[in-house]
Design a protein around this ligand. Structure first.
Ligand code: FEO
Ligand code: CA
Ligand code: CA
Ligand code: CA
Length: 606
């Protein structure tokens, strides 16, 4: 971006300290504002938010709950207008409704409000003056959209129309209503958003036990109910969420979705070629021969890291024809899952986190084929089965069970792929391996992966752990070899992002429970003497996890999604644990952070 920061810019801010404040805290020389909060109007004519008079009809036109992935896509050359994309991952009914006693006691209106608060939002935003601050351009702009459980999606790729995806309401197996539990995501070079359906299992109840053993085994691998019961009660509002009545409905969730924010009339897609699992997110890289690689994590304990490589090549042209071509690129390609092999003797990996004698947790790896050239590489599974039950296919392939793979994202310049492994408190010392070297890993770690020959289409790679998170005083932690007395404490890395000067930003989910301080956003410099000098840039309020994060293409603005502020045991509207952002009921919000200080540069991180 013209006028953006040069590559390799040093970090200059004084870190935000560990805290448990009910506030967003940013460094000196920065300011922040609420950009948009749960309930704010998105569509034309949407009513103002009224906590005590919520309706599903209003919620379908207002900003949803629990904002997670954030992307900013330019609307003009000067970058004074842009589109804000935000995921709405899930809902905290105990904080949304007074007197909430659980799903069994929910009214249908409450169930429908919760359903409408899921999905995503697209909001036109504009720059405030010549600052780094942004605000909504006003309700009902042309591009504004709310995607929720009633929004129609088109299923694309090899499993579209499969018998595994057909239901009574959709005998074609190609049209799904809604996306669920969208966590992280990425953007594509052609200006679309990729967003991952994560813990979709929780939305399905069962009015009777699942008795067919094949279906029960498939359900069990994804954590879907096989016995009578419900967690969220949605089947009372829509029978398709009852697996005893609609066995295939769960197969229609757990995908990467593609949204075109520039075309409000477009139908969003579910991309079956990328496989079905509890998707954290999806990020792209260009291969040496111009195809698109997509990196993806399956966020659950002992799950896998995947890669998709498109069959077709990306077209950089701006014509409508090129865009149509690119919009279909992720419908066809090869799917792989990662196996990590350490280079140190197994006896040196004892689960303590102690570095092996070669001084690094590192090694080589391979991308194991699941689908290549349109054919299944897994014995006994068809292509459709491999894609719909990708976890079972990856089990059969012998992939490496990781400590909850969250964001997996290639560095935009070096191509090194960084992956956040958020934690895994269930790994035993005997299950420790060099890529997941710590037993009872409550604090998580970060792996850097380099594809062989620097080609995102490669089938082999090398890797090294750059961060073993947790209290720097804990001997099992490792901050890229940097002096640990000078770093900020980080735990449970979740979402990651790069700024235009190549700095790695990390957001956390789980610091309150693992190290006793609020979650936040951190920078990890990757180059020079400062490499590994991790610093806390922002902290989020009580009970919140820190999502996004996003640094805009001009480097001047950071956006943070404050997800589930006040999510604490026993908290309720009558006893809120947080009053963020407006001093009353907590509201998940996207905040904008920008530089105001008189010294240093104008960019985030300076
Ligand atoms: Fe929704 Fe994996 O965090
Ligand atoms: Ca080693
Ligand atoms: Ca996440
Ligand atoms: Ca998480």
């Amino acid at each position: 971006h013209p006028g953006g920061p040069e590559y390799g810019r040093p970090v200059g801010f004084r870190p935000v300290g560990d805290n448990t404040l009910d506030a967003v805290v940013v460094p000196n020389g920065y300011d922040w504002s609420v950009t948009i909060a749960w309930g704010d109007p998105v569509l034309r004519g949407a009513p103002e938010f009224d906590f005590d008079d919520q309706t599903a009809a209003a919620q379908r036109e207002q900003f949803g709950y629990n904002c997670d992935f954030v992307a900013v896509l330019p609307l003009d050359r000067r970058f004074d207008r842009a589109l804000l994309w935000v995921n709405h991952e899930y809902t905290n009914e105990e904080l949304m409704f007074r007197g909430w006693t659980g799903a069994a006691g929910a009214t249908r209106q409450q169930l429908r409000i919760a359903m409408a608060a899921h999905g995503g939002s697209i909001v036109e935003i504009e720059r405030v003056g010549d600052t780094g601050e942004w605000r909504p351009a006003g309700g009902g702009r042309r591009h504004n959209q709310r995607i929720h459980t009633g929004t129609r999606f088109r299923v694309t790729g090899p499993a579209a129309g499969s018998a595994l995806l057909r239901t009574e309401a959709d005998p074609s197996g190609t049209a799904v209503l809604g996306m669920l539990n969208n966590c992280a995501g990425g953007t594509t070079p052609w200006g679309t958003v990729l967003t991952g359906e994560e813990n979709f299992h929780q939305y399905f109840g069962a009015s009777a036990d699942v008795i067919d053993s094949t279906t029960a085994a498939r359900y069990a691998r994804y954590g879907i109910r096989t016995t009578t019961g419900t967690e969220r009660g949605w089947e009372r509002a829509e029978p398709r969420f009852d697996v005893a009545r609609e066995q295939n409905e769960p197969n229609r969730f757990g995908w990467i979705c593609q949204i075109d924010p520039y075309d409000p009339r477009s139908t969003p897609q579910k991309l079956t070629a990328l496989g079905r699992f509890k998707h954290e997110g999806a990020t792209t890289a260009l291969t040496a021969d111009g195809r698109i690689a997509v990196y993806m994590g399956d966020d659950e304990r002992f799950e896998y890291v995947y890669k998709f490589v498109s069959s077709g090549r990306y077209r950089a042209g701006r014509s409508a024809r090129d865009r149509r071509h690119n919009l279909a690129l992720l419908e066809d390609g090869d799917l792989y899952v990662a196996r990590f092999t350490g280079d140190s003797p197994a006896a040196e990996i004892d689960g303590s986190g102690r570095l092996p004698s070669d001084g690094l947790f590192d090694g080589t790896g391979e991308w194991l084929a699941l689908v290549v050239g349109g054919e299944s590489r897994v014995d006994g599974m068809s292509v459709e089965e491999v894609l719909v039950f990708a976890r079972l296919a990856a089990d059969a392939a012998g992939a490496t069970k990781m400590d909850r793979p969250e964001d997996v994202e290639p560095h935009p310049v070096t191509g090194t792929v960084f992956m956040a492994l958020t934690n895994n408190d269930r790994r035993t010392p005997a299950q420790a391996d060099e890529a997941n070297p710590r037993a009872t890993n409550r604090w998580g770690h970060v792996i850097a992966l380099d594809e062989d020959g620097g080609d995102a289409a490669a089938l082999g790679f090398t890797w090294r752990i750059v961060l073993v998170a947790g209290d720097p005083d804990d001997p099992s932690t490792y901050y890229a070899g940097f002096d640990k007395s000078r770093v900020s404490m980080i735990s449970c890395p979740d979402n990651i992002a790069f700024d235009p000067s190549g700095r790695l930003w990390l957001a956390t989910d789980g610091m309150p429970g693992s190290v006793g301080v609020n979650d936040g956003m951190f920078v990890l410099p990757l180059d020079g003497d400062d490499a590994g000098h991790l610093r806390r840039f922002a902290s989020v309020p009580v009970g919140a996890e820190c999502c996004g994060p996003c640094v805009t293409p001009d480097g001047r603005t950071a956006l943070i999604a404050v997800q589930h502020p006040g999510e604490e045991d026993g908290a309720s509207p009558d006893a809120p644990a947080s009053t963020f952002p407006y001093g009353d009921q907590p509201r998940p919000s996207v905040v904008t952070v920008w530089r105001t200080g008189p010294t240093g540069g104008p960019y985030i991180g300076d």
